[in-house]
Design a protein around this ligand. Sequence first.
Ligand code: ADP
Ligand code: MG
Length: 260
Amino acid sequence: MIRIAIANQKGGVGKTTTAINMATAMAASGWKCLLIDLDPQGNASTGLGVKQADRVHSSYDLLFGEAGIEESAIATIIPELDIIPATVDLSGAEVELVEFEDRTHRLKTAFDDAADKWDIVLIDCPPSLGLLTINALVAVDSIIVPLQCEFFALEGLSQLLQTVERIQKRFNPDLSIRGVVLTMYDRRNRLTDQVEEDVRSCLSGLVFDTVIPRNVRLSEAPSHGLPALVYDHRCSGSEAYMALARELIGRLPAKEELAA
Ligand code: ADP
Ligand code: MG
């Protein structure tokens, strides 16, 4: 079971959009996928059409040992894609976690008891480097970093990379960066070119070849409770996320080789 966190402490860079559409694209490619919504705002849950009433168990329960992974996961409208939704009580979790000695390892512990029901688990992280994101970074084997093509794109990245390094040293030596994905890419904008050039020269091999264009269909889809890939599978955003999934699959071991 491959576990990947979608992380960047900046808000509005495309984490949730990437989480929803990558999860859908991976499922469409035949990978049994679980998406964990670890953001108290619950945008990934809403964007996949999960109603409040159906959020019987949540990522909060997982962190506080009130339910296991399999118990908490519910089916989505996408075959092969399950989700563990977020509920509002998650907004208090950072403070509540501080009381626990194993506060950084709660999510990892939840995984230790989980059967190998999925090929891949994606975690949508909140926009901070607090205990929720740290729990994700301790529990996964790698991260994908969405980076918005804007002037300050690289600024926050060094802080994230430092956090990753610290987690590697202290808790999770196997943690790696699976890739950086440029989002909200606008070919007509010269600044976009400049940002891309800077990011690629700074991070070279880490940056996915696929870029995600700025596409209004991607931002409309969540209000219909649908991934863009279902809302409009032919829009440029959907095509880009399918291409990104193919590129990711190329960087992963074959699905058949995944051991427990
Ligand atoms: P984050 O989870 O990092 O806060 P989101 O995925 O929620 O970021 O994206 C922030 C906003 O930008 C949302 O309104 C989303 O619909 C929109 N958005 C994200 N990616 C794109 C894109 N490629 N093109 C157009 N709008 C986008
Ligand atoms: Mg988000």
